[in-house]
Design a protein around this ligand. Structure first.
Ligand SMILES: Nc1ncnc2c1ncn2[C@@H]1O[C@H](COP(=O)(O)OP(=O)(O)OP(=O)(O)O)[C@@H](O)[C@H]1O
Ligand SMILES: Nc1ncnc2c1ncn2[C@@H]1O[C@H](COP(=O)(O)OP(=O)(O)OP(=O)(O)O)[C@@H](O)[C@H]1O
Lengths: 216, 216
């Protein structure tokens, strides 16, 4: 059972708190504004009216017991910086903060925030990527090193079967689906004997450099 | 070569325009504010100073030629509503609008916007999901029917190799990675001879019902 604290119940903070609660997590919601705390009462386990820049208040929270703190205290950058500093000193495991600018991000990371994000910029980047690569599979990082990508098969692959090409053992990539270039439909988990047509698009999983190695 | 128009060059619009340009797309940036248009000149193919609620101006754009319009004209909801209405009438293929509230979203969709998003709320929902399900792989739908999911292997799998279990041919699922339950590290693209330990977590790709069939 995951335990979270959300400090600052503006649009962003309130949405995070309500969604986490709906997903079955244990939520403590904190704000200095009474009305906002009351609005959250139906959607959280604990809703507390408090000034989170009050270090004594934070000490009483038993900060180490929570999986993550989400801080979104609005346009006053100083409040979120102070809260992050204190939470880090008190041993918070993870601190995610909504930031107002790239300088604010730098300061937050320096005082101990685990992650600092500017929602509008993050969303703008995601939108740009999904517009430039409308095949979500074309841009899907799975981890630091591995991604899923769509490729046009190199000419030497045409007519060969997946098993002939030894993609897994030799190239260390896995073909998880074939996209028919005409119908755009995906056929997942092709059989080992599947023969590649030059009109196919391969949907592969692999390390970024191994994928580039095939593309070339 | 994808062609986009971005109307409204505040933080959101400017970020979308610059990112799309960096990703190799053809960008036309429009704003009524001269300084903002000038700031974008290095980052777009065309940067135009204009009031996009002027229907005559939009008619001269040859709206049908573009893949998508991104509209983010700020707190004045009326401008984006009017622009969406006109773009739809002029035959725009796709119109994505940054909205200010859920009512604004409803109105935009009614007048013809393809998509209307409130970046802060979208980001809040994504953050909540990634906090509640920190294994992104645990929550990754790839298409209508297929997903990637993490599973504890059923007891009868322990000690067997992937190829013995005929997961691909018999169960129609692919094990794309093994997660070590102690270190939490992922080993992608396990070999066919890999023997499953009962302390492994299998990261599989398959149809939702085939995955459930294994879980059971
Ligand atoms: N020191 C503090 N302790 C607790 N709550 C605080 C503190 N400072 C600010 N807050 C609360 O944080 C919330 C910030 O929400 P606000 O709407 O101002 O901005 P935001 O988070 O940038 O935007 P959004 O509404 O989009 O989330 C307010 O409800 C405010 O009362
Ligand atoms: N009718 C219009 N035609 C062209 N540009 C417009 C029109 N109305 C507003 N704009 C521009 O849209 C931009 C909106 O940016 P603004 O910073 O106000 O808000 P926003 O998009 O909500 O926020 P953000 O800065 O986070 O993107 C401004 O640069 C403004 O000049």
């Amino acid at each position: 059972m995951k335990e979270f604290v959300v400090i600052g119940l503006g649009n962003f903070g309130a949405t995070v708190a309500k969604q986490l609660y709906q997903l079955g997590c244990n939520i403590t919601a904190i704000d200095v504004n009474k009305a906002r705390v009351q609005d959250l009462q139906e959607h959280t386990h604990q809703a507390i009216i408090a000034d989170a820049t009050d270090r004594k208040f934070l000490e009483n929270l038993e900060v180490k017991n929570f999986d993550c703190f989400v801080v979104s205290t609005g346009e006053d950058s100083h409040a979120s910086i102070l809260i992050s500093l204190y939470l880090k000193e008190l041993g918070a495991k993870k601190i995610v903060v909504k930031a107002n600018s790239t300088d604010h991000v730098k300061i937050l990371l320096k005082v101990g925030a685990t992650e600092a994000l500017i929602p509008e910029e993050e969303m703008a980047l995601k939108l740009a990527h999904s517009l430039a690569f409308p095949n979500v599979l074309d841009f899907l990082p799975l981890s630091e090193e591995y991604s899923i990508a769509e490729l046009v098969p190199p000419p030497k692959f045409a007519g060969k079967s997946l098993i002939d090409l030894e993609l897994r053992s030799k190239h260390h990539i896995e073909v998880i689906a074939i996209r028919d270039v005409l119908t755009r439909k995906l056929q997942f988990i092709p059989s080992a004997g599947y023969q590649i047509k030059d009109s196919d698009i391969l949907v592969v999983l692999g390390k970024d450099e191994d994928i580039e190695g095939i593309r070339g």
